[in-house]
Ligand binder design. Structure first.
Ligand SMILES: N[C@@H](CCC(=O)N[C@@H](CS)C(=O)NCC(=O)O)C(=O)O
Length: 232
């Protein structure tokens, strides 16, 4: 049974960019399952499945509706058990993935939002631009243009954030060890978001993290690579 995934898009529906939706797509592919994307813009989110949801990802699988990326990954794990629990590698893997999610949200997502917020806005159609600008400017207390005006100055901070990844990658090819696991997809979602919306030119060349990202983009018949990198 194909999984229906409500997936965030801008004006160009072929460039889905939500980090949380990317984690779920990689997890579905990891389990060898099929999904059908339902391109969903910000202003369409509250119309999904007759309403009641304010964020994507959301999946419909037969009679089941599952919301929130981590819950969806656990649903896939529990609905399709496999020898060795390849997606999480046991209860300890689930617990460690929760730390990776917190680290990714507080470190990477915060940095990426500061860099990419105007680029995200520029990918949207007019109606979504109005929604996005109003909601984000209210939250930030400044205009999107002010928000990104000194973004080049934040590159050293990104380099510092990446140190943890680069150090770990000296010992192993994936966060999950020898094989990619959900923890890898959590971090991948963040970099795929940056890649699709703003490109990756701000990341210093030759870092282990970029080599890891290439490996991640190759997975599952190049699922991540099927959406091109932005060249802003
Ligand atoms: N904790 C949620 C976060 C989901 C989330 O923040 N999704 C964003 C898109 S990346 C969203 O739907 N935002 C709706 C909005 O800003 O109106 C998860 O992991 O699924």
């Amino acid at each position: 049974m194909t999984i229906k995934l409500y997936d965030l898009v801008g004006e160009d529906k072929s460039k889905p960019f939500s980090p949380h939706c990317w984690k779920v797509k990689m997890a579905i592919a990891h389990k060898g399952l099929e999904f059908e994307s339902v391109p969903t813009s910000f202003v369409d989110i509250d119309k999904m499945e007759n309403g009641g949801f304010s964020t994507v990802p959301l999946i419909r699988h037969g009679k089941n509706l599952v919301h929130e990326s981590f819950e969806i990954a656990l649903y896939l794990r529990n609905s399709y058990p496999d020898v060795g629990d390849r997606l999480f590698h046991g209860e300890g893997g689930i617990a460690l993935s929760r730390f990776v999610e917190s680290w990714t949200l507080t470190q990477l997502h915060t940095w990426i939002a500061g860099w990419a917020i105007l680029d995200i806005h520029n990918m949207l159609d007019d109606e979504n631009k109005v929604y996005f600008r109003e909601s984000r400017e209210k939250r930030a207390g400044k205009t999107l243009e002010e928000f990104v005006s000194n973004r080049e100055d934040s590159i050293p901070e990104l380099v510092k954030i990446l140190n943890a990844m680069n150090l770990m990658l000296k010992k192993q090819p994936f966060i999950g060890g020898r094989y990619p696991r959900y923890a890898d997809y959590i971090v991948f979602g963040a970099f795929q978001w940056l890649r699709v919306v703003s490109g990756l030119h701000m990341i210093p060349k030759g870092t282990r993290m970029l080599e890891w990202l290439e490996r991640m983009l190759d997975l599952h018949d190049g699922l991540g690579r099927s959406v091109p990198q932005a060249n802003t």
